[in-house]
Design a binder for this molecule. Structure first.
Ligand SMILES: Nc1ncnc2c1ncn2[C@@H]1O[C@H](COP(=O)(O)OP(=O)(O)OP(=O)(O)O)[C@@H](O)[C@H]1O
Ligand SMILES: [Mg+2]
Length: 418
């Protein structure tokens, strides 16, 4: 029998917490049987690797493994997806189609988010579990299949049963063996380990030096509730890896990435909350990249204009020293300081640009830019507001997070009347 250690390596599972090891051990033990398994645990704890382990260690490993996200299939089509349909069973059923239970004959089906299954589908599933029988939609001919079922849920199944959203008999059939994955906050010894692994992966991915947490930041990382579990931890590691110039992360800096730090209120756990926060952080990263790109573009425009007007001579090079350094230098810290000077230059009153003989040639480009500037300004405003909010109005911390000087932030606050 393969060891827990070997399985963790094979499936890229990081951590050495005894509760995690016990869950993996259970998966290894149950794998050679045909027993139905229910994997439970909060969102983001790593439930999806368990059915893969079970399948790959079972006698079914050479047959199909099909993962179905029950929450993602519309109620109207789920029966047909799972069990297939006959030609003419409903409008649009132009031919007979086999479903996952027929396809996976001899293999394993992973029913993720099983708590989301509609009640009529639960009845069909119960029948398959009881005697391997099912009916295609629109057919009265019973078919047989030999499928091992592993299901997963992050909802409290007993609540669902109490509210008559899930059949009790089906629950007991599915959960012959239950494998529970512990939340990250109960696996304290794994938190920093996982963070370091993710930080190193993202450093490679984004070709940047690896971020490192200062000692007090590590303490905060361990105390945090992590209601989005490992998914949230990875997300935080990615955001910091992308956004922070200084690769040594203090506790104060880390706090900005941990919503509701210090709150003892129970965290809200749920798909919607999770996806909303993922979206926000991704959007913020994109805005930051956009701003940097726009600033580079403006620098390049200015330099090109200078070169077209005056040619490439020593005076132009001397006058644009900081600009050239910013565009072509690898050193980010200097770059951000000089970027501010350029912003000042670009914000000169209209007349100074009008006096340029090149103005007419670029008229069209200027118009386009104006519209783009407007929407970017809205995003910039949103980004500044959020950063200030995260840092409780502390300008120094917000400026650092945004990669601009305090002076620039102060000017923007005045500009946007914040
Ligand atoms: N022990 C671990 N080591 C490394 N990565 C992990 C570990 N556990 C989970 N992950 C990663 O965290 C992310 C979330 O895991 P997964 O998708 O399995 O969560 P889940 O429990 O199915 O959550 P949900 O209920 O929201 O579907 C995945 O990208 C997964 O690779
Ligand atoms: Mg999942």
């Amino acid at each position: 029998m393969e060891s827990v250690h070997a399985i963790k390596q094979r499936f890229g599972i990081i951590g050495d917490d005894p509760k995690l090891n016990r869950s993996i051990e259970k998966a290894i033990q149950v794998a050679p049987t045909d027993i139905s398994v229910l994997v439970t645990g909060e969102s983001g704890v790593g439930k999806e690797s368990i059915p893969r382990i079970i399948h790959s260690l079972s006698h079914r490993k050479h047959n199909k493994y099909i993962a179905v996200n029950c929450g993602a299939i519309p109620e109207g089509t789920i029966d047909s997806e799972l069990f297939g349909h006959e030609k003419g069973a409903f409008t649009g059923a132009t031919s007979t189609r086999s479903g996952y239970f027929e396809e996976a004959d001899g293999g394993t089906i992973f029913l993720d988010e099983v708590g989301e299954l509609p009640l009529p589908t639960q009845v069909r599933l119960l029948r398959v579990l009881e005697n391997g029988e099912f009916l295609k939609v629109g057919s009265s001919k019973t078919q047989k299949t030999d499928v091992r079922i592993v299901a997963a849920t992050n909802v409290k199944m007993f609540d669902a049963i109490k509210n008559e959203r899930f059949r009790e008999d089906l629950y007991y059939r599915l959960s012959t063996v239950e494998i529970n994955l512990p939340p990250l906050r109960d696996r304290k010894s794994d938190i920093h380990l996982l963070f370091r692994k993710f930080a190193s992966d993202f450093a490679t991915k984004y070709k940047m030096p690896t971020i490192r947490l200062e000692d007090d930041a590590v303490q905060n990382l361990l105390k945090y509730r992590w209601s989005g579990n490992i998914r949230q931890l990875r997300n935080v590691a990615e955001q910091i890896s992308v956004l922070e110039q200084n690769r040594s992360i203090s506790a104060e800096k880390l706090r900005a990435y941990l919503p509701d730090t210090g709150s003892n209120l129970p965290a809200v756990i749920g798909q919607n909350k999770k996806s909303e926060s993922d979206f926000n952080s991704e959007r913020e990263i994109l805005y930051k990249v956009l701003f940097d790109m726009k600033s580079d573009l403006n620098d390049l425009k200015k330099l090109t204009l200078e070169l077209m007007e005056n040619g490439n001579n020593a005076t132009v090079q001397e006058e644009n020293k900081s600009l050239i350094k910013k565009i072509y230098s690898e050193d980010d810290s200097d770059a951000y300081e000089s970027a501010e000077d350029i912003t000042e230059v670009l914000q000169l009153p209209e007349e100074s640009v009008v006096s340029s003989p090149m103005k007419d040639k670029y008229h069209f480009a200027e118009d386009v830019e104006e519209e783009e500037t407007l929407s970017l300004q809205e995003k910039e405003l949103e980004l500044i507001e959020k950063s200030l909010e995260r840092h409780n109005g502390k300008r120094k911390a917000a400026a650092k997070e945004l990669g601009i000087s305090e002076r620039t932030l102060y000017r923007k606050i005045k500009q946007y009347d914040l």
